[in-house]
Design a protein around this ligand. Structure first.
Ligand code: ATP
Ligand code: MG
Length: 421
């Protein structure tokens, strides 16, 4: 019996890794431009951390967490809670009042696996802690847009405000009153949500529910004046940075901690899995987790599986050369001669490859092709005794003799020079 990976957990194979590396490299480059520092966090945390931050009545905490019940620990379903836990634990605000952080890694949620939805998935998460200004919200969205643009992806941005503890309860009451009158038309989940988490009804994906909430009260018309001023300023700043977006009053997000601005980058290219990245402001959360009082924060997370799928779909295929030079060694003496030369080229920082199987020239040229090698140096026992190999440029197919009489250090330098031309 073959042992297979468990449902919802996936290998990322070498052919796919090229896209993943491009996603990570691009993210790191963009984060550098925005002054974001990396933080690396553990995968296991106390269960209470997620219950207290994400919220007891959310899908994640209610049914999606991988928890070791007897140990009271959980595999993180998202990164924000852990990042804030670390921020508070190490008093990062003391050193630097505004922290700009990012982290990359796997998250775990027990949900139904499908395209773009797994049980282990990966996020690039970024947070700015300590700054309440609306310009910060706009800056983060601009970062997201710049990143997606740099990857060549076309994705659209939707923005909403969820208000704050001042204005949300009133809105919530109005919404519950509206939903109470329409219970018969709602799905079972939404009937329950009307009591536990009524805002979630607004983004139910079921057709009936969607239709029913079309005329529900809009949060944007019930913001208190501070939230309204903040949200107007966010939009002005997005405009002045040239970030295109659309308001979506139905977007509520699945985590309880959000206040004011929330946003999602969405696509129509991944079926039901529309959100590529999502996040928002969480001004009360740090205090709620035992951190400094009145410490604001905002962040968002991008789903790497969905980014990689989109890159495939929107045809963005980087080919990665696995060799600057391949040495085709024919015969045992040629193999003994070539191995130190390959090693020297690697010391010099070149991608050099060979194999020791003594296969035919044809087989080895094929291998050089598979590796996308730019050059091939052919050395047979005869070439060795005549001290002259053949250097082939794989792009233009030109061949030239390459003298072999010097020590490998010098040969490697000469090869490097040839390859630079
Ligand atoms: P969805 O509505 O698709 O369930 P979400 O609101 O649960 O997403 P967040 O918790 O905000 O998602 O996570 C941010 C991003 O992480 C999502 O936009 C998505 O790209 C990605 N993501 C979330 N859950 C999964 C999953 N199970 N598999 C793959 N990617 C995921
Ligand atoms: Mg989800």
């Amino acid at each position: 019996m073959k042992i297979k990976a468990i449902n919802g957990f996936k290998d990322i194979l070498p052919d796919e890794v090229a896209n993943w590396q491009r996603i990570e490299n691009t993210a790191r480059d963009i984060f550098r431009r925005f002054g974001m520092q990396e933080i690396r966090l553990p995968i296991l945390e106390k269960t209470e951390l997620f219950a207290r931050s994400i919220g007891e009545a959310t899908d994640i905490v209610e049914k999606e967490m991988y928890t070791f019940v007897d140990k009271g620990i959980t595999m993180r379903p998202e990164a924000t809670a852990s990042l804030l836990r670390a921020y508070i634990e190490h008093g990062l605000h003391v050193k630097q009042p505004v922290q700009r952080l990012f982290t990359i890694g796997p998250m775990f949620r027990h949900e139904r696996p499908q395209k773009g939805r797994q049980r282990q998935f990966h996020q690039i998460d970024t947070e700015i802690i300590g700054a309440p200004e609306p310009q910060i919200d706009a800056e983060l969205m601009a970062l997201g847009q710049m990143f997606l643009h740099e990857l060549g992806l076309s994705v659209s941005l939707e923005v909403n405000s969820l208000g704050c503890p001042e204005c949300r309860p009133d809105f919530r009451n109005r919404l519950v009153a509206y939903l109470d009158e329409r219970q018969d038309g709602l799905c079972e989940d939404c009937k329950r949500r009307t009591r536990t988490n009524p805002l979630r009804v607004l983004d139910c994906k079921k057709r009936n529910c969607k239709q029913l909430v079309q005329d529900a009260p809009s949060i944007l018309e019930h913001l208190c004046s501070a939230c309204d001023t903040h949200f107007t300023a966010v939009q002005q700043q997005l405009d002045s940075l040239g970030v295109t977006y659309r308001l979506n009053k139905f977007m509520v997000r699945g985590l309880d901690y959000y206040t004011r601005t929330t946003f999602e980058f969405i696509t129509t290219d991944l079926g039901a899995q529309a959100a590529v990245a999502a996040g928002g402001r969480y001004d009360g959360l740090i205090e709620q987790l035992g951190g400094p009082r009145n410490m604001p924060g905002i962040g968002f997370a991008m789903g790497m599986e969905r980014l990689a799928l989109l890159m495939e779909q929107q045809e963005s295929h980087p080919t990665i050369a696995q060799a600057d030079i391949y040495i085709a060694a024919l015969g045992t003496e040629a193999i003994s001669f070539s191995a130190p030369l390959v090693h020297q080229l690697r010391i010099q920082g070149k991608q050099a490859a060979m194999d020791y199987s003594n296969r035919s020239l044809k087989a080895q040229m094929k291998q050089a092709g598979r590796l996308n090698a730019r050059f091939t140096l052919i050395i047979g026992d005869q070439e060795l005794s005549e001290q002259e190999g053949v250097l082939r440029n794989m792009d233009n197919k030109e061949q030239a003799p390459f003298p072999l009489q010097e020590p490998v250090e010098i040969l490697a330098r000469q090869l490097e020079k040839q390859m630079a031309i």
